[in-house]
Write a protein that binds this ligand. Structure first.
Ligand code: FES
Length: 67
């Protein structure tokens, strides 16, 4: 199913990105451009990220740099 019509991104693309380490909506924006045009896909994309995590796909936490 298409989630982001503006950029032609599917739920499968989002699940694959999550499996490859994308762990936030910002990350999806950087990787797939999800949510970077009209933004209407943001809620659905976030839900798919959370579902992917709940299904047992390990999503790494963001790395925080300490200066
Ligand atoms: S539908 Fe994803 S940015 Fe417009």
């Amino acid at each position: 199913m298409f989630v982001c019509i503006c950029h032609g991104v599917t739920d499968r693309d989002i699940r694959n990105a999550a499996a490859d380490g994308v762990c936030s909506l910002d990350g999806l924006g950087e990787e797939l451009k999800v949510g970077t045009c009209c933004g209407r896909c943001s809620d659905c994309a976030s839900q798919i990220l959370h579902e992917t995590a709940a299904a047992g796909v390990e999503i790494p936490q963001p790395v925080v740099a300490i200066a």
